[in-house]
Design a protein around this ligand. Structure first.
Ligand SMILES: [Zn+2]
Ligand SMILES: [Zn+2]
Length: 744
């Protein structure tokens, strides 16, 4: 029997080839009617005998879509024969745009097929791949609302766009070498390098050791071959920090051990940087002096073509930005800021509307939530009020909750300077515009001095909105689970309820009612932030012992410096207390002579992890005590153990250091797990959530997990959001939402 109905599909249904998909199904099933984008939704009018089957088919959606709901109303309406894609109209914005998607295999073969329209064209894409978030101004998703509006389609592209049989039917990014964005190679004075092919020239320059700024999908990369890595470091003044690399797919197994899961991630539509274990931990030291190396595969036509010409099998590809500042996106900005760091620029003239850094993953966990993943949209029920989470200070992003969905932005960076704060504000207005949502509540970090906290307060007072302060580590747990749990949050630092620096917190309860029940023993940070930069200070803060002073003396500390340090501890002048897990790891890294100055986030602890790989583990005695109703694990007894071991082997070779590092990590992790398990026992809760940046440390995480599962409890971790601070804005929303639901 013939049925006629209006179908509304909500979710991520634009920019994913939904209209051509519906069109193809309608043609196949003899359905008449029309399809159009409306706001962020897709509206379909359909008439036909096989209406129900048609409905089932379209409810599945094309591969890149995420469908939230399909609503059907039967209507009495005359619908002429045939099926049509109609121009977009405005409507509600409940959905979201998809992230940028790595070039698909079909488009790669188009680029390399002789005589085809797309042969050798760097910006080839189709309905199944290519840039999305980075080029979209507003919804509905049509070419005129993207940065492709500057490139009207040529007759051949327009023909494919209209052709229902073509993979580029209604592909808004369709473009070819005749009508699409163009590449340009120029020197540091902005002079165009003459040559037949900018990509070929660029590859020759790279092979010859030159450093290039390359404009990609969501921003600029700095690129060079391995032999030029030291020169790039020298120019950037970044001597220690590892670089990410882009590797020819057939070469990756030679330099790293790639599990099946990791291979799958590398090749997924995200194409993230995956932190892999090196085959030889000491190899490629100029790229990474850790036992790991961050690798990605080519993910745009530009990259594939570049590697076609390049003789080297890999390129260093690091985001072009000053540490902690947003990635550079504009051509003029790049010319202005990078001309002393690079020798040449390979740019294009497609505007980057929304900046998007590369995503980073390790062991299946997200380290940086960005290109290909963000905007990240998660269905959650936090009630009717619209909530903004502005994130913490470091590794920040923003999350907006509205109408049953939390949407998290790409990585913003360290909100410590006006440029990054501007980027956070811009990101918040983007989310607001794309979701058509006006937030009523702002969740922010407890720290009163954070720029993000001040930003939250300003908008709240300007617009009369409610503020919900959320303690940093509670946000970590709220991002992991909202079920009753024992929560472990182990990371660098976060502002605590009592105004001290927290970072190894065990909670019990259910969001938003999370009671702090255990932590590492508070230890002194002599000199405050200086103890973060120079971890030997932290070592003395934990172990204020003559032995440490003489160790530091032997390492070149002057008597005056040592005297000041000693007096600082005696008088408590400029000394903060902290329960940070990261700082304890830093201290042992300093004790073992692995890292004496931190030049990038997490450096001492990451180097300790690398130094510990393959070490022989010894079980040490753990010291527990209880103060103010909280159980504490003694950090100083663990550090003292490490010192004793070191003294026992005075001319400590690499093997001894490795064993001590491995044993220290193991016993610290075991101690933290015990704190949680003691709480689990007391409270009768057998669900243990684990979050925080220290949980990226493979040895520490797996020790904690093993202790928990051996005890018979469940270990819960989040695979959809970062374990580090990239989960905090989402956690802030979850926490505030649950609080409001309880209260209202
Ligand atoms: Zn494609
Ligand atoms: Zn064209």
């Amino acid at each position: 029997m013939q049925k006629t109905g209006k179908i509304t599909v909500r979710g991520i249904v634009q920019g994913v080839g939904f209209r051509p998909f519906v069109y193809a199904q309608a043609r196949r099933l003899g359905i008449s009617g029309s399809v159009k984008n409306l706001g962020s939704e897709v509206e379909i009018l359909a008439r036909g005998d096989r209406f129900d089957l048609f409905l089932t088919e379209i409810s599945r959606g094309p591969p890149l879509s995420r469908i939230d709901s399909v609503d059907v109303t039967l209507v009495r309406q005359e619908i002429p024969e045939g099926f049509f894609i109609l121009p977009s109209g405005s409507g509600s914005l409940t959905g979201m745009i998809p992230p940028d998607i790595a070039i698909c295999d079909d488009c790669i073969s188009d680029i390399f097929s002789r005589g085809g329209r797309y042969e050798h064209y760097w910006a080839t894409s189709c309905v199944n791949c290519g840039p999305r978030y980075s080029i979209i101004n507003t919804l509905p998703y049509d070419r005129e609302r993207t940065s492709m509006t500057d490139f009207p389609a040529c007759p051949e592209c327009a023909k494919e766009y209209r052709d229902p049989g073509c993979r580029r039917h209604h592909a808004q990014t369709i473009a070819c070498s005749i009508c699409g964005p163009e590449l340009e190679l120029s020197d540091t004075r902005g002079n165009r390098v003459e040559g037949l092919d900018p990509l070929k020239e660029a590859a020759e320059l790279l092979d010859a050791g030159k450093i290039l700024a390359i404009r990609g999908v969501g921003g600029f990369h700095l690129a060079c071959v391995e032999e030029s890595a030291d020169e790039l470091k020298r120019r950037l003044g970044r001597i220690e920090q590892p670089f990410a690399i882009m590797v020819r797919p057939d070469h990756i197994d030679r330099l790293a051990i790639v599990s099946r899961q990791e291979k799958h991630q590398l090749e997924s539509q995200v194409h993230p940087i995956v932190v892999l274990k090196k085959r030889d931990p000491t190899a490629h030291a100029s790229i990474s002096n850790l036992h790991t190396i961050g690798c990605m595969l080519p993910y745009t036509g530009l990259h594939h073509l570049l590697f076609r010409y390049l003789k080297h099998p890999l390129l260093i590809m690091t985001s072009a930005n000053m540490p902690g500042y947003p990635m550079i996106t504009g051509n003029d900005q790049a010319m202005g800021k990078l001309n002393r760091d690079v020798d040449f620029f390979l740019t294009h003239n497609r505007k980057i509307v929304n900046r998007c850094d590369d995503s980073v993953m390790r062991d299946g966990y997200i380290i940086r939530l960005s290109r290909g993943i963000a905007p990240k949209r998660t269905p959650v029920n936090l009630g009717t009020r619209c909530i903004l989470g502005v994130g913490p200070e470091l590794n920040a992003n923003a999350t907006l909750y509205s109408n049953g969905f939390a949407v998290t932005s790409p990585h913003v960076g360290n909100v410590r300077n006006p440029a990054t704060l501007d980027y956070l504000q811009e990101t918040v207005s983007n989310l607001k515009r794309l979701l058509g949502a006006a937030f009523e509540v702002i969740a922010h970090d407890l720290h009163p001095q954070f720029l993000s906290t001040r930003f939250a307060r300003e908008i709240a007072s300007d617009h009369g909105l409610e503020l919900v302060p959320v303690q940093h580590h509670r946000a970590h747990i709220a991002a992991t689970t909202t079920e009753p749990c024992i929560g472990i949050a182990i990371d660098g630092v976060g502002y605590g309820d009592d105004g001290t620096v927290w970072g190894s917190e065990i909670f019990s309860g259910q969001v938003p009612d999370l009671k702090r029940v255990a932590h590492l023993e508070p230890v002194a940070m002599p000199g405050g932030d200086l103890a973060t930069r120079f971890p030997e200070r932290m070592l003395y803060g934990i172990l204020p012992d003559k032995k440490i002073l003489s160790l530091l003396g032997n390492r070149g500390w002057s008597d005056i410096e040592l005297g000041v340090l000693e007096q600082q501890m005696v008088r408590g002048f400029n000394v903060m207390n902290t329960t940070s897990t990261g700082r304890v790891l830093d201290a042992v890294s300093a004790l073992l002579g692995i890292c004496r100055e931190r030049t990038y986030d997490g450096e001492p602890a990451m180097k300790l992890e690398s130094a510990a790989v393959g070490g022989r583990i010894e079980e040490w005695e753990l010291g527990f005590s209880t103060r103010n109703g909280c159980e504490q694990l003694s950090s100083h007894s663990l550090v003292r153990q490490a010192l004793l071991q070191k003294e026992a082997a005075p001319d400590g070779n690499e093997r001894v250091i490795r064993d001590i590092a491995a044993s220290f990590q193991y016993n610290l992790a075991r101690g933290i797990a015990q704190l949680a398990l003691h709480a689990a026992e007391r409270e009768g809760i057998h669900r243990i959530a684990l979050s925080g940046g220290v949980a990226y440390n493979h040895a520490i995480r797996e020790t904690i997990r093993r202790e928990i599962t051996d005890y018979g409890a469940e270990c819960v971790m989040n695979l959809d959001y970062p374990l580090g601070d990239g989960c905090v804005s989402f956690g802030q929303c979850m926490y505030a939402g649950k609080l409001l639901c309880l209260r209202d």
